[in-house]
Design a binder for this molecule. Structure first.
Ligand SMILES: Nc1ncnc2c1ncn2[C@@H]1O[C@H](COP(=O)(O)OP(=O)(O)OP(=O)(O)O)[C@@H](O)[C@H]1O
Ligand SMILES: [Mg+2]
Length: 288
């Protein structure tokens, strides 16, 4: 079986191989590795309903691997709903119903044979308010590895250190690993949550307004960290902060009320030369 992408190319969906990937024609951001990128998440006519109310309306687009993709748009336009649909967190909301397709590495995550728990191991997430567990810094990071059942070959101490280094937190906490994660500052707590998310070695990290509860200095550290994370991971971030989206993302998706994906393009194009006048109006603050 094959189907057409929005830009008219045909992709093969006939395989069950989760490693099959499709190429996109994204112009790589100059700050990133200039290699062509692969699509990691692709949606086709994705709609999400809560009861009879539609929160996402026929969304079709492709998210590139090892890039930062930002989701922007006014409150209630379906950004969090979209993020939750990627790793099937909407499954946990009784009223939520998904229609259409969402592919991760070419595999439809809504197929019957997909285990949502295994999927969430590949697609981790970080929330708006830092939410460390009431446990030690060490145990926060080790949590996912322990739940997963640690491989005998994996040294837990090493894995915790690697994740804390990856989240740019190690130097600040290496001598207090036994202290509570809740005693850290807000910005440190958010980096602890990022360490917890990357400890289990996901491919994608979903971030829903990860800096909106932080002061500007702590937020800027998270932005720097995101820029480093995309060497290894794909970051999909919801933000209300236009400057942040413009600063840190390679691609930007603009959603508007009613859950419509109005425009998706290179971030520079969205902010400097959008096609849809509603995008310009939104970005310049005329509505939303
Ligand atoms: N659990 C739920 N049950 C019912 N309706 C919901 C639920 N979650 C979201 N909605 C509705 O779906 C629509 C989209 O909500 P969503 O939270 O995805 O928007 P958002 O773009 O993330 O908004 P915000 O910027 O305020 O976070 C809204 O109309 C919202 O009221
Ligand atoms: Mg939201």
């Amino acid at each position: 079986m094959s189907s057409d992408t929005p830009d008219g190319r045909t992709v093969d969906e006939s395989t069950d191989d989760p490693l099959i990937q499709t190429e996109i024609d994204a112009e790589p951001s100059p700050s990133r590795d200039a290699e062509r990128t692969e699509t990691i998440v692709r949606t086709k006519d994705l709609s999400v309903y809560y009861g009879d109310d539609r929160a996402l309306d026929d969304v079709t687009f492709e998210i590139p691997e090892n890039r930062v993709t930002a989701m922007i748009g006014p409150s209630g336009c379906g950004k969090s709903t979209f993020l939750r649909s990627i790793n099937r967190m909407n499954d946990r909301i009784d009223a939520a119903r998904v229609e259409g397709d969402l592919y991760f590495h070419g595999k439809n995550v809504y197929d019957d044979d997909v285990d949502p728990v295994a999927l969430r191991r590949k697609i981790g997430q970080v929330f708006q308010a830092p939410n460390p567990f009431p446990k030690s810094i060490y145990d926060n990071v080790a949590y996912g590895l322990r739940v997963q059942g640690t491989d005998e070959d994996v040294d837990l101490d090493d894995a915790v250190e690697r994740a804390l280094r990856g989240a740019a937190l190690w130097d600040e906490v290496s001598d207090q690993l036994d202290e509570s994660g809740l005693d850290l500052s807000g910005g440190q707590q958010q980096r602890l949550c990022i360490a917890r998310a990357i400890a289990t070695d996901p491919e994608v990290i979903l971030m829903d307004e990860p800096t909106s509860a932080l002061d500007p200095v702590a937020a800027s550290k998270i932005e720097d960290l995101i820029d480093e994370l995309v060497d290894e991971y794909t970051v999909i971030i919801v933000t209300h902060n236009m400057q942040q989206a413009a600063r840190i993302s390679d691609k930007t998706a603009v959603f508007l009320t009613g859950g419509e994906l109005v425009e998706f393009d290179d971030t520079a194009t969205i902010f400097e030369d959008p096609t849809d006048p509603r995008v310009e109006d939104y970005i310049t603050g005329k509505f939303g």
